[in-house]
Ligand binder design. Sequence first.
Ligand code: DQA
Length: 146
Amino acid sequence: MSAKILLINGPNLNLLGTREPELYGGASLADIEEQVKAYFEESGMTCLCFQSNHEGAIIDFIQAEGPSAEHAIINAGALTHTSIGLRDAISGVRLRFIELHISNVYAREPFRHHSYLSDVAEGVIAGLGPQGYLTAAAHIAALIGE
Ligand code: DQA
């Protein structure tokens, strides 16, 4: 069985490509998912992509797929700053993950500086634009290939 990696995107990330491109770049979520999936497949792994605007749907997905996943890349969008439930779901299934933000949240409004996920994440990537997803994928591939 090849290692299963989850790529999870939260609220409003379905709008990538048209949403505030000065902050989030011009790539669509479908473009990003395709690139990340291809990257993992080339490395002999499978990648399951999921996006939802609903906190409960993301928690359900993590409960269903997290236990059999090796690792995850999670851009929880605004839920990063608000959701103890999402944090508990991740911890509850012991899902190792990289917290990802396309924009540099630390250079933005103070309410984006706090994350409920960072201290249970393996690492945090912020501000590298859509390229950050591939940086996270490369890290995970290297880790699992070890
Ligand atoms: C984001 C940053 C969050 O603060 C914001 O709510 C998002 C996207 C990012 O990718 O930069 O929806 O996670």
